[in-house]
Design a binder for this molecule. Sequence first.
Ligand SMILES: CC(C)(COP(=O)(O)OP(=O)(O)OC[C@H]1O[C@@H](n2cnc3c(N)ncnc32)[C@H](O)[C@@H]1OP(=O)(O)O)[C@@H](O)C(=O)NCCC(=O)NCCS
Length: 151
Amino acid sequence: MYAVAEEGLWATGAKRTNPEEVAGFIRAGQIAVARLDGRLVGCVRIHEVNDTTSEFGMLAADPVHRGLGVGRDLVRFAERRVQDAGHDTMRLELLVPREWSHPSKEFLADWYGRLGYTVTGVGAVEESYPSLAPLLATTCDFVIYEKDLRA
Ligand SMILES: CC(C)(COP(=O)(O)OP(=O)(O)OC[C@H]1O[C@@H](n2cnc3c(N)ncnc32)[C@H](O)[C@@H]1OP(=O)(O)O)[C@@H](O)C(=O)NCCC(=O)NCCS
């Protein structure tokens, strides 16, 4: 599902994750899925960053079911779950090319803004995720977004 959303960012054949890693996330209770009429139409990973902050990632909606609110409902579910766990802040990281603008990332930046997220920082992939940097086809930063769940 990220093939189009991150087209041009990754080297050909590069894999951001693998079945073993995802199985570990499922065992750890970090993966939530959305179903529509029993069919799996979306997923998100939610995990703890520290005592006050959790993060969501790997958010994806089935391409044929986009624009129906699946993504928004998954983000809301993640926020409720984090609030119930007593955390104040939800965070996410958006991978963006450093030198050019990617249409899917522009859409996401606007959408996360509409969902109440603001930019709190920018990091360099090569510094924070050195194992991922060689897999990239273009130099990327990750933009950190946060939302105060108490607001
Ligand atoms: C980001 C993503 C999960 C959103 O899922 P979605 O189920 O389409 O999301 P929603 O329907 O809740 O909302 C999409 C927004 O786009 C708008 N939209 C309108 N028509 C749309 C369409 N045909 N397709 C997608 N979005 C549309 C919606 O109005 C909505 O904006 P709003 O919440 O301000 O009203 C989905 O596009 C996706 O899987 N993208 C690829 C993976 C990715 O980039 N993940 C995020 C990495 S940080």
